[in-house]
Ligand binder design. Sequence first.
Ligand code: IPM
Ligand code: MG
Length: 372
Amino acid sequence: MNLKIAVLSGDGIGPEVTEQAVKVLKAIAVNFDHNFKFTPAPVGAMAIDLVGDPLPESTLDICKANDSILFGAIGHPKYDNDPTAKVRPEQGLLKLRKELGLYANVRPVKAYDTLLNKSPLKKDRIQGTDISIYRELTGGIYFGEKKLSADGNTASDLCEYSRYEIERIAHLAFVAAKSRRQKVTLIDKANVLETSRLWRKVVGELAKEYPEIELDFLFVDNAAMQMILNPTQFDVILTENLFGDVISDEASVIGGSIGLLASASVGDVHSMFEPIHGSYPQAEGKGIANPIASILSAAMMLDHFELFKEAELIRTAVEKSLQLNITTPDLNTKFDNITTSKVGDFIEDYINNPDDSNLNFTNMHLGQSTII
Ligand code: IPM
Ligand code: MG
């Protein structure tokens, strides 16, 4: 397959983790006889520094001209601490989502057996967790009218949703549930918000088209508690933009590190794949950033283009790296010298030599293995 991929590595640890995902995609291309072409483009704080715009027109054009986008991270502390900043890196990401119509953000959350003891949550609570979060991404309070009074003392953000916006992502969530455990949980705040009542009504009506799927409703405050108390009750979660943002960061604790969580943002035409973690500026350039979320995002990209075998091989390689403790310090208590690029090298090597899975890796010491 020929695939043209725009690479928007962005800020902070974005470039170093994205580099590993590109490395892994290149290995897939060689081994499966595909032709992947990568085109880098600036976005975020680094694009503001370069041309004064977090999403330059040329970057948007590159995104539109390519088949898909691999995204790194966005954000810089100099903007976080300055509420008066007129231009913010995040505006670049939000504009990209809106302009490309990426209305469905899919965030899988899994408790890996090998990492159960890495989560601060109790093992018996999280074991077996396998959730797919469907977060609406181009509507709601993120994109409603924003106002600040002339005296600077009153502000408002409008939260607005239309039936159409709810239906299109709800369909995707129901379809996803069909090939999973056949359950959709809608998370809202229908006891208070009008928009949430519309979500409940529309999703309830739509559920009739999917009689085999069980539909459940939860208020977001209760859902936040349930996510920690009993996460295995969830299969597909469907929710609006802001609740999805919050719930997915919370859910990342289950996996043991936010550095593991990948995501896909898809629309009817375009698609973008990105780790859910941010730019983590404190770690920039230190080689400690976990590249797994970016690598798993690349696997989601391959799934999107129906390259299922290829995506599966990446996931197997990732699981192998976790089993063998070939992980960055956020997950590793045994070795402290495994860098971002070493994890990428291991996964690349595994893709080139998957037969090595027959070897007994467990007795292998780091640095003595040809794999590393
Ligand atoms: C995310 C991020 C973004 C969001 C920020 C960077 C604008 O937190 O992708 O979850 O709020 O959507
Ligand atoms: Mg977020």
